[in-house]
Design a protein around this ligand. Structure first.
Ligand code: GLN
Length: 487
């Protein structure tokens, strides 16, 4: 048997169920790997909490009352609130914050039996594409520690890639599951907006935020997504009222006859040659497995950048107004009056990128600019969603790159926020439309850095995406490549 930390979620679940290992043994093995906090991926660990959960899991396994993922470890992006671990959302303003409750997604995964290893580093309030905006330091990419892991779920992606956890949660507002998954050579899926509850997720841009799993394979993501999703209308009014689905059930379908839409706008000048080579090879592989490639158009792809960087900051400026030094987190020590207390607490607590977004958001919503920016952006957002519906008249899934390049070097874009916004071009359209989308590893580019293929499906078609990814992963070994191993 491979070492425990190399086992997949599916394999660990089976080993635990057949009592070949105990949940305490598994948890102990993973906790031992977290010593020294490799890649600065974790922000909070409490081994006694983890071991207590593992003991509970062992009791359930012994009693025959185990959940489907009983005893399998997971770690959560630090934007999911947790009772037993600190939640900071990567921000100084929430240093030491303890939530009185668990986010629905966290609670559901625990209900399925998963044992929490801790909380994962991320960009402050999930704003970023490199994990360089965390108040708790950057995360390094396990494939090359001089490179970024992607963002904002950089801790999640790095931890899974480095085998510090078999699975992690992430959140994706404009690409934060897909892009770090691509940069770290793992698999991640953002479901249809509303599939997973946002209750207990620290809000960034509420009309876009969505939770999803990150793991090494589509098979594992299907298991995790099944446990995470489900209607939660009492607590999240945008939760979809659809039945829970077993996403593993549809993984055996052949790709014969599958129509894969290839948007020409995703293959323009800005696409790096090494990424293009790996994506072209992946598309050829899908064809070899029986799919047909259909050229499609997503004509407003470029507009998704200004549209997203108006709407997301607008919503953020409103969501983040709750951090005022009164109800949550940091309060300045010295202040003259109430207004001064607000100003100082927020000035001290928020980082630079968060302040930039709040200011942009307040500006585009202000009287006199609202119609010129925010309202226009909303109109174009609708057109972007319509473009996808026209495309899905011709194809079953859409495929293309996740990002124009592989993971860049630490520091390369940190002084130039616009350069980092531009790198989100291929992930933003599906986010704005609220469509399910995923990233899967399809080989290595220059310098041995991973390349991710993006798959986008129509609403509620997660099972179709996961099947395509799973069939691809059965036929190729890309998802099994490991950092540090020979290319
Ligand atoms: N890079 C994008 C942003 O900074 C997306 C982040 C995300 O999906 N959370 O807004």
């Amino acid at each position: 048997m491979d070492e425990l930390h190399n086992q997949s979620v599916a394999e660990l679940a089976a080993l635990l169920k057949s009592k070949k290992v105990s949940a305490v043994e598994v948890a102990t093995r993973f906790l031992a790997r977290l010593g020294g906090n490799p890649h600065n991926a974790f922000l909070d660990i409490h081994s006694e909490v983890t071991l207590a959960q593992a003991r509970e899991s062992d009791a359930k396994l012994a009693a025959g009352t185990a959940g489907p993922l009983e005893g399998v470890p997971i770690a959560h992006k630090d934007v999911f609130v947790t009772k037993d671990f600190v939640t900071t959302a990567g921000s100084k303003i929430l240093t030491g914050y303890r939530s009185p409750f668990d986010a629905t997604v966290v609670a559901r995964l625990r209900q399925a039996g998963m044992v929490t290893l801790g909380k994962l580093n991320c960009d402050e309030f999930a704003m970023g594409s490199a994990n360089e905006n965390s108040a708790y330091g950057v995360v390094s990419n396990p494939w090359n520690t001089a490179h970024v892991p992607g963002g904002s779920s950089g801790g999640s992606a790095a931890a899974v890639a480095a085998r510090l956890t078999p699975a992690a949660t992430g959140t994706d507002t404009g690409g934060s599951i897909r892009q770090p998954a691509a940069f770290c050579g793992i698999t991640g899926i953002k479901p249809t907006y509303g599939r997973a509850s946002r209750y207990g997720m620290v809000a960034y841009a509420s009309s876009l935020d969505q939770a999803g799993p990150m793991a090494r394979s589509a098979e594992d993501c299907a298991l995790l997504l099944t446990a995470m999703c489900g209607s939660d209308l009492d607590r999240d009014s945008t939760s979809l009222d659809v039945a829970t689905e077993d996403f593993s059930a549809g993984l055996g379908q052949s790709l014969k006859g599958l129509r894969v839409g290839v948007p020409q706008e995703f293959f323009g000048e800005g696409l790096a040659a090494d990424v293009r080579r790996a994506i072209d090879a992946a598309l050829a592989q899908l064809q070899a497995q029986g799919a047909t490639l259909v050229p499609i158009a997503l004509p407003r792809t470029e507009l998704s950048i200004p549209v997203y960087y108006i709407i997301a900051p607008a919503e953020a400026s409103s969501n983040l107004s709750r951090f005022d030094g009164v109800k949550f987190g940091h309060r300045a020590a010295d202040f003259a009056d109430l207004t001064d207390m607000y100003k100082k607490s927020r000035a001290q607590g928020f980082g630079q990128e968060v302040k930039r977004r709040i200011m942009t958001g307040a500006y585009v919503l202000s009287h006199g600019y609202y119609e010129a920016y925010y309202l226009q952006a909303q109109k174009i957002r609708r057109m972007i969603a319509d473009d996808f519906q026209s495309a899905f008249a011709q194809c079953d899934v859409i495929a293309g790159p996740v990002a124009p390049t592989t993971a860049w070097k630490l520091g390369d874009k940190s002084e130039d926020p616009v350069a980092s916004y531009l790198a989100d071009i291929f992930t933003l359209p599906a986010s704005l439309a609220g469509l399910p989308c995923m990233s899967l590893p399809v080989g290595l580019g220059e310098g041995g850095m991973p390349v991710g293929l993006q798959l986008i499906g129509n609403y509620l078609q997660e099972a179709k995406l996961l099947n395509v990814a799973h069939q691809f992963q059965l036929a190729t070994g890309h998802h099994q490549q490991q950092p540090g191993a020979a290319a």
